[in-house]
Design a protein around this ligand. Sequence first.
Ligand code: ADP
Length: 494
Amino acid sequence: MTSGQNDSGVLAGDERMLIDGELQYTASGATFDVIHPASEQVAGQATDGTVEDMERAVGAARRAFDETDWSRDLEFRYHCLTQLAAALDRNKEHLRRVLITEVGCPITVSGSQIESPIAEVTHWAEHGKNFEYLVDTGVHDTPMGPARRMIHHEPIGVVGAITPWNVPFYLNIAETVPALMAGNTVVLKPAQLTPWSGSEYGRIVTEETDIPAGVFNVVVSNANEVGAALSADSRVDMITFTGSTATGRAILASGAPTVKKTLLELGGKSAHIVLDDADFNAALPLAAMMACVMSGQSCILPSRILLPRSRYDEGLELLKTSMENFPVGDPWTPGNMQGPQISEGQRKKVLGLITSGVDSGARLITGGGIPRDLPVGYYVQPTLLADVDPDSQISQEEIFGPVLTVTPYDTDDDAIAIANNSIYGLSGEVSSGDVDRAMGVAKRMRTGNVTINGKSHFGITSPFGGTKQSGLGRRNGDEGYREYLEGKTIGLPA
Ligand code: ADP
């Protein structure tokens, strides 16, 4: 582990939000603090927007959709998003420092949170430009004679995007750029802990692109009720959300009176089934790394490791060694791959769940507390718990920390049953020396995505989303683009 404080890179983001083309503070001038999780110090402020600000932003987005030709001018949208990709790229070192300041994400692993989403802007611009918006389905028989039918794929309208704090810049882009390219107008509500990845995005849109006033708005606020106002507003046609299942349920309920389309990417408690013929030396160090990188603050993390009883001790030893040697420390120091948890509240939650695991009979193999050499910053030791009861709280609840639970199993059927014993169904993983056997297991896992032998399911070109209480709908891939469109079927003379 690396000790010492090296926060020379700390950089505050823009304090303002973007409503109807203007960067602004809320009328009262109220702001809230943004904390750098590695130093526990206030790094700066963000404007504390209100429900009234949200109502103005929704009004602006509604007008921009109804009264401008943004929704119909594909070429202009392509121009604007190409400009946006270039502008974000010019600003990327600034965005990286702001991101590390508010999230505490290690600089060494920040590429997936900065370079990758910027590349996705270009991807969506190209995908949207080449998409077939008008599809001729041919001539159909009807009682009134033959009719030609066409499907016109049209934008849905005003999209409200509500994002969490774990990968804020990436998710701000992932939730809004395909929506914009498809011709919708957008109101983004970033998370309270990470307002600046949203406010900086708004600043860049208004200062460096031709995206018209009202097409893209960012409402920054420290209050959950401002997000709730967005999801309840009758002028909003669709909500796209990433966050906890509890908040997802609230959003679904508040959107119900206006029958809003709702795209939800929620919690996960993914299982990694390590079959008895797996290459443990390849699978388990990687599993440990995935648990610690991003401090475990990832919804797709396979946090439940299922090991065959015949190779249980061997597997535990490999996981223990990998976790004990994982580079934890100051996010500004190159080489560190696990930084702090985002807040004291999150760290308390993680430590509380570890305690609940031990109380329910789990065996603490390593970690379990705060690293002794990192007294400042919201750090948690990489933690391994063995003999975990599949029904216990630690096996059922999303931890969002650098914690792996390990449960032994006897047969492949047992492993699949344990993996599926969850309200969640986001991701999963299978490791095996026999890919066909792994495929058979993967097909029986009730999840939206599965990785086999470390080959990731996740990427911009492939649909991603959850089953069960992990979500509704898909991001990424062509399916992800279509979520922001509605097909209008038009009958016309043959
Ligand atoms: P966490 O509890 O870890 O902060 P959430 O899933 O609650 O994560 O929050 C994710 C996002 O949802 C944040 O932007 C937050 O402001 C927003 N949010 C929280 N409660 C509501 C709600 N009732 N309606 C709409 N958005 C909400």
